[in-house]
Design a protein around this ligand. Structure first.
Ligand code: DX5
Ligand code: ZN
Length: 218
């Protein structure tokens, strides 16, 4: 079954704990945490302090998406704060292999992510080392943007390599996922769908999560 990872970027931060419990009760599989530094992307969001604060209030894995320059400097802090998965942008790392090993050395699952304009082959060599590949279907920085459908062949390419290489990492899609775009992603090979506005901008989060999951079965 397709996993749904609500992104708290679109949650009401004045009641973040309740917002997380709401999607946990609604059937979410991961809590997606968008970390932005105002440098790699034009927005500033969450740091390790928030991750540490939300860790005790949910049993769901915290899926921490680092949209920051020099992620090596912060991996230990996010791991100690309670991240379950840490995902770094290929575009933000000079030595991707070293960064992935650093994440694993913290006993955290390691993910790699690429922007819409970055070709799949930029991460081909690292595929055997990762637990998760995140493909951006918007330019990172903000919630509520439109799905860039030209990324879909890249989902298929990564899924094809996964099969050919006998690997088992998860393929996660982030950006503009809703009940209209979900099935395209899953047909192409996605296992996990991040959904920010499509979950948090709805009053009934359980229904919103179920609608995306149901659409992904089509
Ligand atoms: C974008 C973030 C996404 C964002 C998705 O930079 O990485 O996780 O929250 O939001 P929606 O689902 O609204 O496109
Ligand atoms: Zn994200």
């Amino acid at each position: 079954m397709t996993k749904i990872a609500p992104s708290i970027l679109s949650a009401d931060f004045s009641k973040l704990g309740q917002e997380i419990k709401d999607v946990e009760q609604g059937g979410a599989d991961y809590i997606h945490v968008d970390v932005m530094d105002g440098n790699f992307v034009p927005n500033i969001t969450i740091g390790p302090l928030i991750v540490q604060a939300i860790k005790p209030i949910t049993r769901l894995p915290l899926d921490v998406h680092l949209m920051i320059e020099n992620p090596d400097n912060y991996i230990q802090a996010f791991a100690e704060a309670g991240a379950s998965i840490i995902t770094v942008h290929q575009e933000a790392t000079k030595h991707l292999h070293r960064t992935i090993q650093l994440i694993k050395s913290q006993n955290v699952k390691a993910g790699v992510v690429i922007n819409p304009a970055t070709p799949a082959y930029m991460i081909k060599e690292i595929l055997p080392e990762v637990d998760l590949v995140l493909l951006m279907t918007v330019n990172p920085g903000f919630g509520g943007q439109s799905f860039i459908s030209s990324v879909v062949p890249k989902i298929k390419q990564i899924a094809k390599w996964r099969g050919e290489l006998g690997l088992s990492f998860e393929i996660e899609i982030d950006g503009g996922v809703n009940k209209e775009t979900a099935s395209t992603c899953v047909e192409a090979g996605a296992d996990v769908l991040v959904a920010g506005s499509a979950v948090y901008n709805k009053s009934d989060r359980k229904q919103a999560i179920e609608a995306i999951r149901e659409a992904s079965r089509q």
